[in-house]
Design a binder for this molecule. Structure first.
Ligand SMILES: [Cu+2]
Length: 214
């Protein structure tokens, strides 16, 4: 903000000064749009549970770690099955089952192992690189989960009903819109396309995902 006030000597001046400061701040506050992303499979059917995110140099600078992120284990499953976090986020892995779990990831984005435990392991796991970490459990082969680490604060999931995701308060600019789904082959990059976001209003993008496994 460029507006500064020299010490006002009267109450009236103080009010005028505050109003000017507010006006100076206004353009920044108003410059944001809503981005809606419609995700479909190769056949054109709405695709639930896709992860969409917007990348740019500015978005990378704006990304901040999330507080309180958790990937729990309940009834021998990861909950949530897919967790999206900005880079730098620490994730806890509370075990709500009475059996012990032994959680690991061999993914290049984050390799780690939480050896046989009950309750919540003392140290959270830091996800410090963008990418997808596929989680497994040494004891229960059927357990699978994903931590999707993004370098942006602008991300969303498509709900299970509609296949349309919404990202609010996106500053204007040109972004790489990336779309990821658990049905992509392991290690496959998120699909990408260019998206221009206007200063106000809404941007609607349509993504058709190819290469999904059944
Ligand atoms: Cu387990």
């Amino acid at each position: 903000m460029s507006h500064t006030c020299s010490a006002p000597r009267t109450a009236r001046r103080a009010v005028a000064c505050a109003a000017m400061a507010w006006l100076a701040a206004l353009p920044t506050a108003a410059s944001a749009a809503t981005v809606q992303v419609e995700v479909m499979d190769a056949a054109g059917k709405p695709l639930a549970d896709a992860v969409v995110f917007l990348e740019s140099a500015e978005a990378r600078r704006a990304a901040k770690p999330l507080a309180g992120a958790e990937m729990a284990q309940e009834k021998r499953q990861f909950v949530p099955g897919v967790l999206v976090v900005p880079v730098g986020t620490e994730v806890r892995f509370p075990n709500h089952d009475s059996v012990r779990h032994h959680v690991y990831s061999f993914s290049p984005a984050k390799k780690f192992e939480l050896k046989l435990y009950t309750g919540t392991p003392a140290n959270p796991v830091l996800f410090d690189r963008p990418g997808v970490a596929v989680l497994g459990c040494n004891i229960h082969d059927q357990m699978v989960g994903w931590v999707v680490v993004v370098e942006t604060p602008y991300y969303a999931r498509t709900p299970s009903a509609s296949g349309r995701a919404q990202i609010d308060n996106v500053p204007p600019g040109t972004y790489t819109l990336r779309t990821w789904h658990t049905r992509l082959p392991v290690g496959a990059p998120a699909q990408e396309q260019v998206l221009a976001v206007p200063a106000t209003g809404a941007a609607l993008a349509s993504v058709r995902m190819t290469g999904l496994l059944p």
